[in-house]
Design a protein around this ligand. Sequence first.
Ligand code: FAD
Length: 405
Amino acid sequence: MIYRDIIIVGGGASGMMCAIKAKENSPQKSVAILEKQGRIGRKLLSTGNGRCNLCNEQCSKSDFHGSFAEYFDKFAENVPPKKIIDEFFSLGLLTKTEAEGRIYPISNHASSVLDVLRYRLEFLGIEIICETTVKNIKKIKGNFEIITDDKKFYCEKLVIATGSPASPKLGGTENGLNFLKTLGHKVCKFYPALSPIKVKSDILTSLKGLRVQGKVSLFDGKKLVREEKGEIQFAEKALSGICVFNLSTYLNKVENPYLKVNLMPDFSENLLKEILNKNKKIFSDRTLEDYFTGIFQKKLGIALFKTAEIYPLSRKVSSLEENEINKLTSIIRNWEFQAYKDNDFSKSQACAGGVIGKEINTLTMESKIVKNLYILGECVDIVGDCGGYNLYFAFASGIIAGENL
Ligand SMILES: Cc1cc2nc3c(=O)[nH]c(=O)nc-3n(C[C@H](O)[C@H](O)[C@H](O)COP(=O)(O)OP(=O)(O)OC[C@H]3O[C@@H](n4cnc5c(N)ncnc54)[C@H](O)[C@@H]3O)c2cc1C
């Protein structure tokens, strides 16, 4: 029989931080992390394009979604973003703040974040048991029994920090929710968040990789659900970029999803028409391919003509008629794409869903259903927007649980 006082299932962002705080808080207790992959913190290394946007200077309820977001203010009172930054400072990590309050390591490398966590875990003598996939968990006479392929572990206090199925290649699984359901919790099914949104369009293939600034609005039929401004990235059969990522979190709740892209959100309709009429004069002797010179990349201009069904591109710019300029204006301001919901976790950075907020003690992250059970990170029904909010929540929930174990 292998017994440890505290066992943490999942060696990701929340699990590592929780182990450190638990051992610092109760040095006499034995603490072990069970991790299914060959090493801990693999997902962390890929965050923020390898730079790890580990927190945001300003985290508020409106940056989060899901049933636990209701309790966010109370939760964050005990662990504001500054506490995360201070905690990392005490582990040896220097950080810097970039646009929109995003916090990164000063080294610009996610490996620095992982290394300071790993070194502290080692220093504290925390046992890290890798290549160990937890298959089942039972509560037996006040202790937990944790079953892996070839072993049984027992502990008094159990932490579930197995994350979500987002990015399965980096270790994402939905195992945690299954364990928590079996132990008696109500859970909201995981669905992908912070991911590209698939759309129906043959035109996008030619725009693959192109990035523009603009506004994207998500509609449910005719009803506006939410809009976001920022970078839009075109993919072969999808729209991507930070603003689309943020909208994807809402997709699951939408029946008939549509995206509308405004490529020039800071220009009124009249001003845009004026500019397009001006271009008609300036580039009058050129072909339509050159019409958007000075505004958009050529391939985007061509895609706009195709969408407006204005042909052939060998026509002279001077031949554009008023109704055609009106049509182009309308597409630039309201380029419509029918969107699709799917359950593709492969490109999602996070998941919505998890254990419902009211079943977790906000001040300790202990389950209100099962004594001595703690639930962290993405296993909780809360998901943040892009900007360091999800790692904030992972680290913050790890700190709170660790201090209370
Ligand atoms: C590509 C990418 C980029 C991202 N960039 C950012 C960013 O810049 N900023 C930000 O805030 N967020 C970012 N995120 C989101 C962020 O990484 C997650 O929200 C965060 O890691 C969640 O922490 P966690 O501890 O809940 O889960 P994880 O960090 O995913 O850790 C869960 C761990 O549990 C292990 N595990 C799972 N099942 C089992 C099992 N049955 N037995 C044993 N171990 C198991 C997994 O292998 C994993 O190591 C990004 C995500 C991705 C995929």
